[in-house]
Design a protein around this ligand. Structure first.
Ligand code: UTP
Length: 409
C-alpha cells in the first residue's frame, strides 16, 4: 500500500492522530506504517462500537457426557494401545500455541523462555519438551511438533530452541509458523502506537492457529506426513501432557472428531469455562455465563452436572479442521494493558488495562465440531498453568505442583 493510500484509509476511519505522527516521519517510517495499515481489517477494529448491540441468541444448554477417571482406569490399556498405534503410524501431530504475549506476567521475551528453575535451569519450553519426550520414549516414535509464534516473538523463540538444541527433541520434527497480527486500540477505538514508526500490533488470538498454519504453507507437510489428528496445547501449563496416548486412543474410540482434556471443577463457582452442549453442539461456557442453578446442579452421585473445566488441550481430527476452515470464528474484544508511546514519544507501560485487543479463541473451534469428548485428567498431575506473577496460577503454584510430581528444578 502506498503512503498516500494509507493516509486516506486512516483518515476515513478517524485515525487522524496516526496521520499527524506519520507527517513527522521520514519516508522509511511512513512506509513501515503504511505496510501495517495495509493489513488492517477495519471491521475488526471498529467492532468495539457494536459491542453492546450483540444480540443474545437463545441458547439451549445441556450437559455433555465426559470420559471420566473411573472409566479411564478400567480402559486405560485399551485406550493407550489405540493411541500408541496412531502415534507410531505417524498420524498424530502436536501444535504448541506460543504466540501469546504473557502480558499478565509482564514478559519481554517469549513465555516459553521463562526459567522457573531454582537449583538448575528449567525453562517452560524445556519442560514441555520433556513431557513430550515421555511419549516419544513410550512409543519409540517422534511426534511432529509445530510451534506457533507471533511476529513479536518468532525470532527469539526459534533462536532459543536452536540454542538449546531443541532440548533433546529431534529438530527435524519441529517446525515454526507465525500467526497474524491485529492492531490494538484505546477505549475510543483509536489506534495505539508502540514506536514512532509502528502501530501497536498484537497477535490475533489462539483461534487463528489452523489458518496461520495453512498460510505458512504447512498443509503439504501435514499431508506428506499423513497426519490425521492434531493435539493443540498451551505454552503455559508446565504439567501439560502432549500427544497423551490414552487421550488420543479414547478420542479415536469415541468416534468423535474432537477430544478435550478437562479437570473436575473444585467448587461450583470456580472461574473456569465448563464443557457442555449448546444448541446441540459441544461448547465451553464461561464461568460468568453460567446461571447459578446450573453451576450448582448435582448428579445422582453428588458430582456437579456441569463439573468439567477445560485446560486448553484439545485433539482435533484434521479432516474436520479443513471442513470448518472457511467459517469465521467469533471475535473476542479483550481489555488488556497495551504499551504505547505518549505525545512526547515516550514508551508507556500501563499498570492497568487501557484498551482492547482483538482475539479469536481455539475454544470456539470446538463449538464448530459436531461432537467432542471431554476426557478427565487429574488436576494435580496435569494442570499447572503459569499466568500471573504471584498467587493463583503463578510460578510459585506451578513449582509446588512440579515438586508434587517429582520434577527436580
Ligand atoms: P492466554 O490467553 O493465557 O494469553 O494464552 P497470553 O498471551 O499467554 O497471556 P496474557 O493473557 O497476555 O497474560 C493461552 C495460550 O494461547 C497462546 C498463548 O501463548 C498460550 O499458550 N496464544 C494466545 C497464542 O498462541 N496466540 C495468541 O494470540 C494468544
Amino acid at each position: 500500500m502506498k503512503v498516500e493510500q494509507a493516509i486516506e484509509s486512516l483518515k476515513a476511519h478517524g485515525q487522524d492522530a496516526v496521520v499527524e505522527r506519520m507527517a513527522k516521519l521520514d519516508k522509511a517510517g511512513q512506509e513501515k506504517i503504511a505496510s501495517q495499515v495495509a493489513k488492517i481489517d477495519w471491521d475488526v477494529v471498529e467492532s468495539i462500537a457494536h459491542q453492546s448491540e450483540k444480540q443474545e441468541e437463545e441458547r439451549i444448554v445441556e450437559p455433555l457426557q465426559a470420559v471420566e477417571l473411573k472409566e479411564i482406569e478400567q480402559k486405560k490399556e485399551e485406550y493407550t494401545a489405540t493411541g500408541v498405534e496412531a502415534i507410531q503410524n505417524g498420524k498424530v501431530a502436536a501444535v504448541l500455541l506460543a504466540g501469546g504475549q504473557g502480558t499478565r506476567l509482564g514478559l519481554d521475551k517469549p513465555k516459553g523462555t521463562l526459567n522457573i528453575g531454582i537449583n538448575k535451569d528449567l525453562y517452560l519450553f524445556e519442560q514441555l519438551i520433556n513431557n513430550l519426550l515421555d511419549v516419544v520414549h513410550q512409543t519409540d516414535a517422534w511426534v511432529p511438533l509445530y510451534v506457533m509464534t507471533s511476529e513479536k516473538n518468532n525470532a527469539d523463540t526459534v533462536a532459543f530452541f536452536k540454542e538449546h538444541d531443541y532440548f533433546g527433541y529431534n529438530g527435524d520434527y519441529v517446525k515454526f509458523f507465525v500467526q497474524n497480527m491485529v492492531p490494538s486500540v484505546d477505549y475510543n477505538g483509536k489506534l495505539f502506537m508502540e514506536a514512532k514508526d509502528s502501530l501497536a500490533m498484537s497477535p490475533n488470538g489462539n483461534g487463528g492457529w489452523f489458518l496461520s498454519m495453512l498460510s505458512a504453507g504447512l498443509e503439504a507437510d501435514l499431508k506428506a506426513k499423513g497426519i490425521e489428528w492434531i493435539n493443540v496445547f498451551a505454552v503455559d501449563n508446565i504439567l501439560q501432557r502432549i500427544a497423551d496416548p490414552a487421550f488420543v486412543g479414547a478420542t479415536i474410540q469415541s468416534g468423535t472428531p474432537c477430544g478435550a482434556k478437562v479437570v473436575r471443577k473444585n467448587a461450583p463457582d470456580e472461574k473456569v469455562g465448563v464443557m457442555c452442549k449448546v444448541n446441540g453442539h459441544p461448547s465451553i461456557i464461561e464461568y460468568y455465563e453460567i446461571d447459578e442453578e446450573r453451576a450448582n446442579a448435582r448428579r445422582e452421585d453428588g458430582e456437579l452436572v456441569y463439573g468439567f473445566g477445560v485446560i486448553l488441550n484439545y485433539l482435533f481430527r484434521l479432516d474436520t479442521l479443513f471442513a470448518i476452515v472457511d467459517r469465521n470464528l467469533p471475535l473476542h474484544i479483550v481489555e488488556k494493558k497495551i504499551p504505547y508511546i505518549n505525545d512526547a514519544g515516550e514508551l508507556m507501560k500501563p499498570e492497568t488495562p487501557n484498551g482492547y485487543k482483538f482475539e479469536t479463541l481455539v475454544l470456539d473451534m470446538v463449538e464448530m465440531m459436531d461432537d467432542c469428548v471431554p476426557y478427565e485428567v487429574v488436576r494435580e498431575k496435569e494442570f499447572a498453568p503459569i499466568k500471573n506473577k504471584t498467587g493463583k496460577d503463578s510460578i510459585e503454584s506451578a513449582r509446588a505442583l512440579l515438586t508434587e510430581n517429582g520434577v527436580a528444578f
